[in-house]
Design a binder for this molecule. Structure first.
Ligand code: PLP
Length: 464
């Protein structure tokens, strides 16, 4: 052990190696030195554990590892991955990818100055919401609209504006937790509103709401149970009935729609998901939804509804802390414009396109991938194609699994979890699903244009 520790290369010596010296021209000195130190420290540790031999300490080997380390450090932390999970709106992987139109608009706004809060006609200060509010009204039928940082912010802002210090009536069946610690009762208390729950987990009646209404009531809230369903002996009060009660008592109705689709998905063979238009038509005074779920834009929270309520929300000082950035606003405007084109939106918006891709097309993609990675069979990998089911995600279409096609990978002597980890460590990383001891590469979330990249990355990840 002593002998090994003695032959451990010194940091200074490694730094003088010609290949490392060349790296110093490309990367900052601190990054190179830190990497060399780390690699040597790890070797020392392995010697002390009795895991190292001379071969491990060869200078060429140490240098190669340092180079790898430096390259890893120079990569951005937030980086592109290939989503082979089949989950179209994967919150951890950034939800909806943007359309080409949205990307171009973001780039043009990002490059220089813009009319973000500037009224060109009058040469005066304008409102950032004007770029999308007219589009949102046209698309949803609402009187007015505004946008904030995300839908969680929208819920907080609406509750704070309309129900601070007052009661909000909500069914016990709708006290949801969305994930990422967004829970209705907690948001309610942060907003300064008082939760008044009615009914039971499985059944709530109109009379439950009616009995709860009093001088303290500020709002009737309806929340879309995005990620779960109560089944069996159930009853809920429809938005329409609730609106009737609201009109009778003069209390506004607010619906948190969660995903909030702007198109009817059923004619594309996708199960029913309520649309924003339906909620507006049913008479909701306010409706809020996410920008990056089924809508297919960037992270944003959209609020549509009655003009005087929107005006009040806009003027809430809290709004300043929750406001939307210009880049996401640009993505949102370009995305909304695609919806004005009608059917064209299904082609141009990646999220909608992925959701509606027919199984035959997924099958064709799978064949292409299998063709590309065929050589892995020589290394003992078993490659197959399977028809499966996978979730859409993003709190949309809960429990609904769409038919899909996956390329499957397994190996007699390599565990599926190990294959999954190697794919994740490849460049770009491939995020896959493990199912029945096989790694599944779901074709629903791999676009035509990404197939070659996927093939390259899988080969790199599994070659060794
Ligand atoms: C997703 C969701 C939210 C939170 O929306 P974000 O845009 O992620 O902040 C709130 N309510 C419901 C019902 C949701 O599904």
């Amino acid at each position: 052990m002593k002998r090994l520790l003695k032959s451990l290369p010194k940091v200074d010596k490694v730094l003088l190696h010609p290949e490392i010296k060349r790296l110093l021209e490309r990367f900052p000195r601190w990054m190179v030195v830190e990497s060399v130190r780390e690699v040597i420290a790890e070797k020392r540790e392995r010697i002390l554990k009795g895991e190292a031999d001379e071969r491990l300490l060869e200078i060429e080997r140490v240098v190669a590892q340092c180079i790898e380390r430096i390259e890893e450090k120079s990569l951005p932390s937030l980086r592109k991955v290939l989503n082979a999970t089949g989950v179209v709106l994967h919150t951890n992987l950034g939800r909806a990818p943007l359309s080409q139109e949205a990307i171009e608009h973001v780039v043009s706004v990002a490059k220089g100055y813009s009319t973000l809060e500037y009224n060109l006609e009058e040469g005066k200060r304008g409102l950032r919401y004007t770029h999308v509010s007219e589009l949102l009204c046209r698309l949803t039928g609402a009187e007015d609209a505004m946008v904030v940082n995300n839908n969680a912010a929208a819920v907080l802002l609406v509750l704070n504006t309309l129900a601070k210090g007052r009661e909000v009536v909500i069914s016990r069946g709708e006290l949801v937790e969305i994930g990422g610690s967004f829970r209705i009762p907690e948001v309610m208390s942060w907003a300064g509103a008082i939760l008044h729950e009615v009914g039971t987990t499985n059944r709530t009646h109109l009379k439950d709401y009616r009995n709860a209404i009093g001088p303290e009531t500020g709002l009737l809230l309806k929340v879309h149970p995005s990620n779960y369903r109560v089944m069996g002996f159930v009853e809920e009060v429809s938005l329409k009935e609730l609106v009737g009660l609201g009109r009778e008592t003069g209390i506004p109705i607010y619906q948190d729609l969660g995903s909030g689709s702007l198109v009817d998905m059923r004619h594309k063979g996708v199960p029913y998901e309520p649309t924003v238009q339906e909620s507006v038509r049913a008479g909701a005074d306010l409706v809020s939804f996410s920008g990056d779920k089924l809508l297919g834009a960037g992270q944003a929270g959209v609020i549509v509804g009655r003009r005087e309520l929107i005006e009040k929300i806009r003027r809430n000082p809290l709004n300043r802390a929750l406001r939307i950035g210009k880049l996401t606003l640009a993505a949102l405007e370009a995305t909304l414009r695609l919806y004005l084109e009608g059917e064209g939106v299904w082609e141009k918006l990646p999220a909608l396109k992925m959701i509606s891709t027919p199984v035959e097309e997924l099958m064709a993609r799978a064949s292409q991938v299998v063709e590309g990675i065929r050589e892995l069979a020589k290394k003992g990998f078993v490659i197959g194609i399977e028809k499966q089911h996978s979730a859409v995600g993003g709190g949309a279409l809960p429990l609904v699994e769409m038919p899909t096609v996956s390329v499957t990978l397994s190996h007699e002597s390599v565990m599926a979890s190990e294959i999954e980890a190697r794919l994740r460590a490849s460049h770009p990383p491939v995020i896959s699903r493990v199912q029945e001891d096989k790694v599944c590469l779901d074709m629903r979330t791999i676009s035509e244009a990404e197939i070659d990249t996927l093939v390259g990355s899988v080969l790199r990840g599994l070659h060794q």
